[in-house]
Design a protein around this ligand. Structure first.
Ligand code: SF4
Length: 526
């Protein structure tokens, strides 16, 4: 229960209640705020909200998907909070954001945030909230400077970008010597990860208790934000952490979800599975997020089928052995075929595969290899329902492929896969190429994107609105600074060493390591 006079906070999620409440990141931040007696927090979703405060002192946004980012503006308008941080007065709330998207590249949304939290909330939130409460009543500029002294707290207004005459970003400097030149992401190293704080039938996965089994992934696929941004790979112990977390959930529901970028990589995953296969898991309906194909065993698929799972999800990225090597996916064609065979033998009815088109160095032959692999799987595992989800490669900050643009050939390659696979009864679930371009704008863009986001607020779900907004910006660029080339943000390869919108924000690995990984992938030593 909040104490009298507690700080009035709103924690928002840029989507509906059912989606937001299924986000472990949102739940973790909400639980951290709600458990403090000095904070009175209310939740806000796009379709419903807790009873509102009469006035707000702190407004937070948890963001895990780039395309949801622009929804922030609708939420701020709904709360009558000025959109731009520089327009807010001492009477307006502090607006903060966190989550993987903002930790990777907050710049397109940076002018709307007073504070961005870089890294793991478990590590950073308590210190940040203590400082927010302690600085209550002080003038806003003074508070922001104090907050910027906390490691991992990024105050965008204290940094100023410079562009050369051609519109290329040339520097992002602190506005004076008191502001740290760079901000380093914070990393949680405790023996616990997140688990559901709320179990509800209204969630996108109804009545499920979710437990995060691992954080990050040791595989280091070169495009993978889930791996590179969250290193090091962390695995809580079974007896002290994971089993108690599972037991807490099973006391209130029979649906259990084991989550993480690569759950089967947990060194005690087999033991956890055995435990769930015993009396402790009687009546439990178990789901696991995407698993590595090489770790799919008969035991795993048998237990999943017995515990109510109908299908298994594995990411293959490409059917081309060469391209999988380029992206550092340590997965052979035989292992994929074996995983499908095990899925069928264990009693699962479906196998969902995930792949990409437009990866660096990809050719039409590589795409053909993906079609051929799926057709081969169909022949070898009759009766197993196959589906392929395909997205377009979108470069992500802090990964070795951050310098590579979206390849226009990807659009035709998505269609090519459809023509090859759909007539053979293989379900193809392509992601929209047009939305991948918007995603790339947000993942590689800088602060000059902010006026576009303001211009299309309320219509950000329309691809036409984005195209129209970009056209208008091209025709009537804002006078204040040289306009960026939108094509340069989305499609152009960038040069290792050039200033990036996130160069002042340090992730887990130094740039030299990312460059070395990229070199190793694109120019492997024979
Ligand atoms: S195996 Fe999956 S989670 Fe791990 S690095 Fe590769 S794509 Fe990312």
């Amino acid at each position: 229960m909040p104490a009298p006079g507690a700080l009035r906070a709103v924690l928002a999620f840029p989507s509906t209640y059912s989606i937001g409440i299924t986000s472990l990141g949102f739940q973790m931040v909400w639980a951290t705020l709600a458990l403090r007696p000095d904070i009175d927090v209310r939740r806000l979703f796009t379709d419903q909200a807790d009873p509102p405060h009469r006035s707000i002192e702190l407004f937070g946004l948890s963001l895990s998907w780039e395309l949801d980012g622009p929804v922030l503006l609708d939420l701020l308008e709904g709360q009558r909070i000025p959109l731009w941080s520089h327009e807010r007065s001492d009477d307006d709330p502090l607006v903060f954001g966190g989550g993987p998207v903002l930790t990777a590249n907050p710049e397109p949304l940076a002018p709307f945030f007073d504070v961005v939290l870089l890294g793991d909330g478990e590590e950073l939130l308590p210190e940040f909230l203590d400082a927010v409460v302690a600085s209550r009543g002080q003038p806003r500029p003074q508070r922001l400077r104090q907050l910027a002294r906390i490691e991992g707290v990024y105050v965008p207004a204290l940094y100023s970008p410079t562009y050369d005459a051609g519109g290329v970003l040339s520097a992002i400097d602190p506005i004076d010597g008191e502001v740290p030149a760079t901000v380093r992401k914070r990393t949680w190293r405790g023996n616990s990860l997140t688990q559901s704080a709320v179990v509800t039938p209204e969630a996108a996965w109804p009545s499920i208790h979710m437990v995060e089994v691992v954080r990050s992934c040791p595989e280091l696929c070169r495009f993978c934000l889930a791996s590179y941004l969250t290193l090091p790979f962390r695995t809580p112990t079974l007896a002290d952490s994971l089993i108690p977390a599972v037991q807490r959930g099973l006391a209130v529901t029979d649906r259990l979800g084991l989550l993480g970028a690569s759950v089967t990589q947990h060194p005690q995953f087999d033991e956890l599975l055995q435990w769930l296969d015993g009396p402790a898991g009687d009546g439990v309906r178990l789901s696991v997020s995407s698993v590595r194909a090489a770790t799919v065993t008969a035991e795993l698929t048998r237990i999943l089928a017995r515990r109510g799972s109908r299908s298994l999800t594995i990411a293959i990225e490409s059917g081309s052995e060469r391209l999988r090597q380029v992206v550092n996916k340590k997965l052979s064609g035989e292992a994929i075929v074996e995983a499908a065979a095990q899925a069928r033998a264990g009693g699962l009815s479906g196998l969902k595969l995930y792949g990409m088109v437009g990866l660096p160095t990809e050719t039409d032959d590589d795409v053909e290899a993906t079609a051929a692999l799926l057709l081969d799987l169909r022949r070898r595992t009759p009766g197993l329902r196959l589906s392929l989800g395909v997205s377009t490669f979108v470069p992500k900050a802090h990964t070795p492929f951050q310098w590579d643009g979206v390849r226009p050939e990807a659009e035709a390659r998505l269609q090519r896969l459809g023509k090859r696979l759909k007539p053979k009864g293989i379900e193809l679930r392509p992601e929209s190429y047009g939305w991948s371009l918007v995603q790339a704008l947000l993942s590689r863009g800088d602060r000059r994107l902010a006026p576009l986001i303001v211009a299309i607020r309320g219509r950000q779900n329309s691809l036409g609105a984005w195209k129209q907004g970009l056209r208008r910006l091209r025709e009537e660029p804002p006078a204040a600074e040289p306009p960026p080339s939108w094509d340069a943000i989305v499609h152009a390869p960038w040069t290792p060493g050039q200033v990036l919108p996130w160069s002042h924000l340090h992730g887990p690995l130094p740039e030299a390591t990312l460059i070395a990984h990229r070199q190793a992938s694109l120019n492997p030593v024979a």
